[in-house]
Design a protein around this ligand. Structure first.
Ligand code: NAG
Ligand code: NAG
Ligand code: NAG
Ligand code: NAG
Length: 298
């Protein structure tokens, strides 16, 4: 049983490594900052456009996904049962036991990388990436990348309209809002996005449980409302993850249940979405940076 799961694990890691290779990740600059005997892992900053830096082999990353994102191999597998010397004891009665039907669902966890319009990584969704308005910033520090988990059908290659649950947020405030959410824009007059409209969404955290896929936007406590005191509507079961490519996309639902195009972009490093980013950009007189998200599963 354990051998089977480590084989599955190894296969998953190889597949993840292969898909990472396909993205030809530039290596973040790595360094180690130590105080007394405590080293804070990596403090990576992405190279300026065009530049490429060489990774240091001495970094300590928390998870295999972070190691893969950094071009390293996975950590050696942990042995979960003690191997004893002497005669191996055969397990008994397993054949005659009631067969256990495996759950039709599996939970997958990973980190989220943000790629720019050229497909180059520019940062991560971090454990501490919320600003004072409860908005989600792109964080350049790989070792700060937040872990998020979702549940999908066993064997599925696409996880459709799932919610993503953070497991390790560190900032007081956002830690109470563990679901990655799309939140109604502060200037929106309603919860609808349409092409030719300047209305927009921001990324943030929301309280659980997640409303089911296709739910209409409704007020749920979230990082933006908590930070600003302004009630904003939220959707959480909006993420679709292609488990082969890692691509992570969003789908908003309007008040009349129509599903508008939901393009993701950044404004000064803050994640937004809209059905018409150009119209948003003109109305708000800001420059937008189109981005795509990549889910790197463990
Ligand atoms: C990125 O993460 C680091 C390490 O946790 C933190 O100090 C920094 O404030 C974060 N930056 C942003 C823009 O959130
Ligand atoms: C469009 O711009 C105007 C003027 O700045 C602003 O008042 C309005 O809230 C903006 N609309 C949206 C949807 O952001
Ligand atoms: C939102 O959540 C925060 C943090 O848990 C809580 O203090 C606050 O009372 C909540 N607000 C509402 C309107 O539920
Ligand atoms: C929101 O409205 C304010 C006030 O009109 C305006 O200054 C700001 O640029 C608007 N923001 C966006 C994103 O449209």
């Amino acid at each position: 049983m354990h051998r089977v799961s480590s084989i599955i694990c190894a296969v998953v890691l190889v597949v993840a490594a292969a898909s990472l290779k396909a993205y030809a990740f530039p290596m973040p600059q790595l360094g180690k900052q130590c105080m007394l005997n405590y080293c804070m892992g990596t403090f990576a900053t992405f190279p300026p456009r065009g530049g490429r830096r060489v990774p240091s082999p001495t970094i300590q990353l928390r998870t295999n996904a972070q190691r893969l994102a950094d071009g390293l191999g996975p950590k050696p597998p942990m042995r979960r049962t003690q191997q004893r010397r002497g005669t191996p004891v055969r397990r008994q009665a397993e054949v005659s036991a009631t067969p256990i039907t495996p759950s039709p669902f599996v939970t997958r966890c990973g980190i989220m990388t943000i790629m720019d319009g050229d497909g180059e990584p520019v940062g991560y969704i971090g454990r501490s990436s919320f600003d004072e308005s409860g908005l989600l910033l792109i964080n350049e520090t790989l070792s700060d990348a937040a872990t998020a988990c979702f549940t999908a059908e066993r064997g599925a290659s696409i996880a459709q309209s799932v919610s993503l649950s953070f497991t390790d947020l560190t900032t007081e405030g956002p830690i109470d809002f563990p679901l990655l959410a799309l939140i109604q824009g502060m200037n929106n007059t309603d919860s609808n996005l349409t092409p030719l409209s300047a209305q927009y969404l921001t990324f943030g955290g929301a309280v659980g449980p997640a409303a089911p896929p296709g739910s209409l936007p409704e007020y749920t406590n979230n990082t933006v409302s908590f930070a600003t005191g302004v009630e904003r509507t939220v959707l959480t079961s909006v993420w679709t993850i292609n488990l082969n490519s890692g691509s992570l996309t969003a789908q908003w639902t309007n008040e009349d249940a129509t599903q508008p195009p939901t393009h993701i972009f950044a404004v000064d490093g803050i994640l937004h979405a809209s059905a018409d980013p150009v119209r948003f950009s003109i109305n708000a007189t800001v420059t937008i940076d189109p981005v795509t998200l990549l889910f790197i599963a463990f």
